[in-house]
Design a binder for this molecule. Structure first.
Ligand SMILES: Cc1cc2nc3c(=O)[nH]c(=O)nc-3n(C[C@H](O)[C@H](O)[C@H](O)COP(=O)(O)OP(=O)(O)OC[C@H]3O[C@@H](n4cnc5c(N)ncnc54)[C@H](O)[C@@H]3O)c2cc1C
Length: 455
């Protein structure tokens, strides 16, 4: 064996998963196609669940530093720092739960540093995988690599997904966007919705959206100018385009996230439109969910079947995001009927309770896992970064106690257990947290059942 787990892809999800595996005592090996990290500026926002997952591992200061810059850029490009649903910029984020404005290349630098010590082999594209009863063999960089498990974190066009034969059902793209950092010469039409599409320009960013055509060649300045003219009726001169990209709103999800010894996480498991910036808010929690579970099984603390809880918990989370991004696509389509619907949704968003509903939908905080033992909420939910006060009145935050990556019991009583960390708290009811920050027990029912289920 070259490692316990081969992680295919050193994007944000692969890097975070590798660090989680290491923390759980496993030996990961990351195989990455690109020779150097990508500078593509896809994501610019990290939702609540992803932000909290990184805080739990001590990355809060680095995220806060990047957030200051990212928030300025967001205000410049979007004219608002509010969240949006289908480009209706009215969502007021939950003040009690964090999110981070960070560009994806910066996030990948933070995560690469966090994963220091993990073996990452660049210029190693995985071209074949073979699974048997004892392990998985991957071909990359002119040789074979063997491990007990393999996780495809290799993005939306995942080779692992195809090579391992995962089903990937869903809906094709309705809308097609081309965007980039653009320098125009002369006049530019106003941003907004037009009869056949929409055009957005802010700061150095510009993007144009039209019904999908299926075309996929590299974006050129001429193509962007032609698309803007088709949509707005204005002829523009695109002098320069950098960081050009095209994306659609196809929505697909792997039918299972596990096939024997092969798993999928992040975009490899689910693709959807970037509306609302939710890809990493799904992908990072996928990695947080899978990392400690693989570690647990590799240590022999749980049988193989324990790993089935990964799909059981994460597939519904993916379904929820596909649902809301499809709804956003419907609201982004051109035409007077959709204009009317957008106005009404905009009015609904002025109601505080509705605004909160949409904010929660996008941040994922209402996500709740179904556990094999009966327990009312908040069991199954992702625990926020609580303020903790001990018996002597000393205050800490939850994330200061979670860097070990172990289970954690917050309790006023004395309850040592070698399987988990225990922290004495006086200001909150007893809580048992899994390493991924999910509440496993909250004082109702026997603690031992929860401990035995997860640890
Ligand atoms: C325009 C745009 C805006 C977005 N905005 C946001 C946002 O604001 N917030 C948000 O959360 N999400 C956003 N997203 C989505 C986000 O970018 C993705 O969810 C994220 O990149 C997924 O990370 P990943 O690690 O799963 O995959 P990727 O980032 O795609 O990484 C996959 C890695 O695998 C490597 N790889 C691929 N094939 C192989 C192979 N065969 N062998 C070895 N390595 C391989 C690739 O080189 C790459 O490094 C946006 C996406 C787009 C397109």
């Amino acid at each position: 064996m070259d490692a316990d787990v081969i992680v295919v892809g050193a994007g944000p999800v692969g890097l975070f998963l590798a660090a989680e595996l290491k923390l759980a005592g496993a030996e990961p090996l990351v195989l990455e196609r690109l020779a150097t990290p990508s500078e593509e500026t896809k994501a610019r926002g990290l939702g609540t669940l992803a932000t909290e997952a990184l805080w739990r591992r001590g990355l809060g200061d680095q995220l806060a530093e990047a957030d200051a810059e990212g928030t300025k850029d967001l205000a410049r490009d979007h004219g608002s720092t509010r969240g949006h649903f289908a480009n209706i910029f009215k969502i007021v984020p939950d003040a009690g739960r964090p999110r981070t404005n960070i560009w994806q290349p910066e996030l990948e630098r933070v995560l690469a540093k966090h994963a220091e010590g993990v073996r990452v082999l660049r210029d190693h594209e995985v071209t074949a995988i073979q699974s048997d009863v004892d392990g998985v063999t991957a071909t990359a960089g002119g040789r074979e690599w063997r491990a007990k498990y393999l996780v495809g974190c290799d993005g939306g066009r995942s080779s692992v997904r195809k090579l391992a034969g995962f089903g990937f059902p869903g809906t094709p793209a309705l809308l097609h966007t081309i965007a980039g950092r653009v320098r125009f010469a002369g006049d530019v039409p106003p941003s907004g919705r037009y009869p056949t599409g929409s055009f957005m320009q802010g700061g150095s960013m510009a993007g144009v959206t039209e019904p999908a055509t299926g075309a996929e060649p590299e974006v050129t300045a001429d193509e962007l100018a032609a698309s803007i003219e088709r949509v707005t009726g204005t002829t523009v001169v695109v002098e320069e385009i950098h960081d050009a990209r095209r994306f659609g709103d196809q929505a697909r999800q792997a039918d299972d996230y596990r096939r024997g010894r092969v798993f999928l996480a992040g975009d490899a498991a689910h693709v959807h439109s970037p509306s609302g910036g939710q890809g990493l808010n799904l992908g990072i929690p996928d990695a947080a969910n899978l990392g400690w579970k693989l570690g647990t099984v590799l240590r022999g603390d749980k049988p193989e079947a324990f790993l089935d809880t990964y799909t059981r918990e994460r597939h519904p989370a993916g379904e929820a995001v596909l649902r809301n991004t499809r709804a956003q696509s419907a609201l982004l389509a051109p035409g007077p009927h959709v204009d009317a619907l957008r106005e009404i949704v905009g009015e609904v968003l002025d109601l505080p309770e509705a605004n909160r509903y949409f904010a929660d939908l996008l941040s994922g905080v209402r996500e709740r896992y179904d556990f094999p033992y009966p327990a009312p909420a908040p069991v199954g939910e992702h625990c926020p970064d609580l303020e903790l006060v001990d018996g002597a009145g000393r205050t800490t935050r939850l994330h200061e106690h979670t860097r070990t990556g172990r289970g954690l019991l917050l309790t006023a009583g004395h309850r040592p257990d070698p399987r988990i960390d225990v922290v004495a708290v006086a200001n909150t009811g007893p809580l048992l947290l899994r390493p991924d920050g999910v509440i496993a027990w909250a004082g109702e029912g026997p603690l031992d059942v929860a401990l035995d289920t997860w640890f």
